[in-house]
Design a protein around this ligand. Structure first.
Ligand code: PLP
Ligand code: COI
Length: 341
């Protein structure tokens, strides 16, 4: 990949080759050493559990070049811990936090030339993943696993960037069952979201919004992101057993509290959408993606937050503060950044 061909400011969110990826293999009950490679493919047994029974989980983080020229990885420890939870959830061996952190830092360092410049809006997206690789045709966990981490420079996930977009409640689809795997970052959840996501996109929406699968009454999440609404100086976000516990959402809750907002994490009934002054999706890829309108076509209702593309004041304030911390423009009061020396 020639850097000369990269226009940092027009990057979207998609796969791009970088120089190296880092791998680690689990065999005979133990993790081996980290290996650096420029190979982009994996040689996997046709009966591997990742191919048949979905033994796959992944993470998503971002690295930034700071104002001071230093490289910061945002919430590396939280990513390491959530990957352990996901692994545990689908009977994969957990990777020790220190080994995970070392692998990610090594991968970022090896691909340093792909970290977008401080002045750009882009970042380096980090994608660690783990798969079950040994053959197992009975429904059982594998005995061997492969961990990989690769990186790619990215721009905004929703191509509009920090511009409000419409989203749609997909009543005909569930992403995850109440006691299922929705709270883990496993590939199967994303397979379950593909059809509804595609239908939403084709109908002109940036994402599908899922309701809780049991009662179809409460907001779960927004495609690949959590949901939050703002009303009366309060940051309100769904508490649900079937959503991914978003690290961005947790960070925004802390920032909101610091800014003097009240924070409520509790079931959010769909009807409450009518009362919010601002609404947005949040996640590593999505950052804060404001919502202009939410349609519920089955019930024939719409909830409108903005019609002229204006970003609400709290979304803007939270976004600016989050970005400033990630790029080292302001102090990092919660110790979220891992600086790579
Ligand atoms: N929900 C889903 C389904 C996601 O895929 C993501 C993305 O990671 C999120 C929420 C946001 O989580 P985070 O802020 O940890 O990236
Ligand atoms: C992320 O925000 O890191 C995600 O994983 C979302 C999506 C690209 C799957």
């Amino acid at each position: 990949m020639e850097l000369a061909n990269l226009d940092w400011n027009s990057l979207g969110f998609g796969y791009l080759d970088t120089d190296y990826n880092v791998r680690c293999y689990y065999k005979d009950g133990a993790w081996g050493p980290l290996e650096v490679t420029d190979k982009k493919t994996l040689d996997v047994h046709m009966a591997a559990t990742c191919l048949h029974y979905g033994q796959e989980c992944f993470e998503g983080m971002k690295a930034f070049r700071g104002k001071d020229g230093r490289i910061r990885i945002f919430r590396l420890l939280a990513g390491a811990e959530r990957m352990q939870t996901s692994c545990h959830g689908i009977l994969m061996p957990v990777m020790p936090v220190e080994l995970f952190k070392e692998a990610v830092k090594l991968c970022v360092k090896k691909n340093e030339r792909f970290i977008p410049p401080y002045e750009s809006e882009a970042s380096l997206y980090i994608r660690p993943l783990m798969i079950g690789t040994s053959s197992q045709v009975g429904v059982k966990p594998a005995k061997e696993y492969t961990f990989v981490v690769f990186v790619m420079p990215v721009g905004p996930y929703f191509k509009e960037g920090m511009v409000p977009t419409p989203m749609v409640i997909m009543r005909g689809y569930d992403r995850a069952a109440p006691l299922g795997t929705g709270k883990f970052k496993v590939g199967g959840n994303y397979a379950a979201s593909l059809m509804s996501g595609e239908l939403a996109h084709k109908a002109g929406y940036s994402a599908a919004i899922y309701l809780d699968a049991k009662e179809k009454k409460y907001i779960d999440e927004c495609g690949p992101a959590n949901f939050f609404g703002i009303r009366d100086n309060t940051y309100i976000t769904p508490k649900s057993e079937s959503i991914l516990p978003s690290i961005t959402n947790r960070s925004l809750q802390a920032l909101a509290e610091k800014m003097g907002l009240k924070v409520e994490c509790r079931p959010v009934p769909e009807d409450e959408l009518a009362t919010f002054e601002e609404a947005a999706a949040c996640g590593t890829a999505a950052v804060i993606s404001p919502i202009s309108r939410i349609d519920d076509p089955v019930r024939g209702v719409s909830y409108t937050y903005t019609t002229d593309g204006t970003v609400g004041p709290w979304c803007r304030k939270l976004y600016d503060e989050l970005c400033a911390i990630r790029k080292g423009e302001v102090p990092d009061p919660f110790g979220w950044n891992e600086i790579i020396e």
